[in-house]
Design a protein around this ligand. Structure first.
Ligand code: ATP
Length: 426
């Protein structure tokens, strides 16, 4: 009887080499050549972006196959042999995990996945869960990758999904600079946006589809429509050979990591969306970071736009106390400092009114008069006319920033953050 076999894998790479997506790509091609094609596009799941164990983008992978019961062992052998062969096991911190599960995805596994995207989970939680659902777990070294492997199988795309078409480099090119006709990337972006996203960063002129790491990825095109990402790839003028391509279904660009919370419930290592009022004026501190304080009914928290967010900091500097905003970002706590939200974006919901007082003009000569003290009237500095009853007028200043959503540019965007351009550029 054919059964659906789910395979999850994670933590095969180090900062120096490899990428779990590549290990998955090699396994998928090998299984396909053996007559076991994947049932649907493999899943590339981005987990908690604040996880301290991550190598880079905290990706975990899974795929599913329809297999006869007596063939399951063949699949398992191929997967485990490839992980053993390709994982960068020499490096400290590379702790691969592989999980096999047959049949339906239990609700408890889907919940675990949601939690692993939004906050931290423990190895004990992962192992207890695997046991309770009858998942087969394989740990290499410490095997922390079991967490990601389970989460990738269990992910049900709570917030929707997007696609990524990834092209891999031939081995001789690994670790060398990547090359592509830049103009073709800009042309592709113009022709395919918004069905593809984050191809380029117009604020800096950077091409964003190629990583800068020594991993086997040549480039990845992200988008909402698989046919469009495929045609986008054809528009590119590639400048090196491609070993293989894989189209992934992914939770990238869906905001799946964000939880709606009050300030007092913002947990360190989680990602949050909080509505509140700006309670201190934004200011630039050493290193070029911009900070302001936010308050709601439950407390106050610092919000930061760090230096690498570049232009976004200028938008943050336009906020004033009293602005009603929703902030989005990760909760961090650096030693000796209070909790801080590392901003990914903010929405100005209702702008506070900013006023200024204007001194009256002299009725005789038109010169701006000078105050004689609080409630003591004004005197003209030129003709010396005095008016003890004159008072300043309060005028409303126009604000440069308008209600709307303001995001970091693609170069500073998290894989999980929904793409989008700021509504108004200052
Ligand atoms: P790459 O993006 O290049 O594939 P990576 O950034 O995904 O690398 P890994 O090498 O996979 O990083 O390391 C992340 C480790 O953290 C894995 O072992 C994974 O199981 C674990 N992990 C992921 N999310 C969580 C979480 N929410 N709580 C605890 N551990 C997690």
């Amino acid at each position: 009887m054919p059964r659906l076999l789910h395979v999850g894998l994670d933590d095969t790479d180090s900062k120096k080499a490899m990428c779990t997506t590549y290990v998955t790509a090699v396994i998928l091609d090998e299984l396909k050549n053996m007559g076991f094609p994947a049932a649907e596009p493999p899943k590339l799941i981005r987990l908690n972006p604040n996880c301290p164990y991550k190598t880079r983008g905290n990706a975990a992978l899974s795929f599913s196959l329809m297999v006869e019961t007596d063939e399951v062992h063949i699949i398992k052998d191929v997967v485990l042999a490839k992980v053993r062969e390709l994982a960068d096991l020499e490096e400290r911190g590379t702790d691969p995990g592989v999980v096999f599960l047959t049949g339906r995805i239990p609700a408890s596994l889907a919940e675990f996945s949601t939690k692993a995207v939004k906050e931290m989970v423990t190895m004990k939680e992962a192992l207890d869960l695997a046991k309770s659902i009858g998942a087969e777990v394989h740990r290499f070294k410490y095997g922390r990758g079991v967490i990601g492997a389970l989460a990738a199988i269990g992910n049900k795309f709570d917030n929707g999904f997007t696609y990524e078409l990834t092209a891999y480099r031939t081995k001789v090119h690994w670790g060398t600079p990547r090359s592509i006709d830049r103009t073709s990337v800009f042309e592709m972006d113009t022709k395919t946006r918004p069905y593809t996203f984050d191809n380029v960063d117009y604020t800096t002129g950077e091409v964003r589809i190629m990583p800068h790491t020594p991993c086997p990825v040549y480039l990845g095109i992200r988008g909402t429509d698989p046919a469009v990402v495929e045609s986008a790839l054809k528009m590119l003028r590639l400048e090196e050979p491609v070993e293989r391509f894989v189209l992934y279904r992914t939770n990238q660009g869906t905001d799946a990591h964000l939880a709606d919370v009050k300030i007092s419930d913002a947990k360190v290592y989680s990602s949050v969306r909080i509505r509140g009022l700006v309670s201190s004026a934004p200011s630039t501190i050493r290193g070029g970071h911009v900070l302001f304080r936010l308050r709601d009914q439950t407390g106050q928290i610092d919000c930061a736009a760090y230096e690498p967010t570049k232009h976004f900091r200028k938008l943050v500097l336009e906020l004033v106390p009293g602005d009603n905003v929703t902030v989005y970002g990760s909760v961090k706590k650096h030693r000796g400092l209070s909790k801080t939200i590392n901003l990914e974006k903010f929405e100005l919901m209702k702008a506070a009114t900013v006023t200024s007082t204007v001194s009256p003009k002299c009725p005789r000569c038109g010169k701006t008069m000078k105050s004689e003290g609080r409630n003591k009237g004004y005197q003209c500095p030129r003709c010396k006319f005095r008016d003890p009853l004159a008072r300043p007028t309060v005028v409303e200043l126009s604000r440069r920033i308008k209600p709307g959503l303001y995001t970091v540019s693609p170069r500073a965007r998290r894989h999980l953050s929904k793409p989008g351009e700021s509504v108004y550029v200052i």
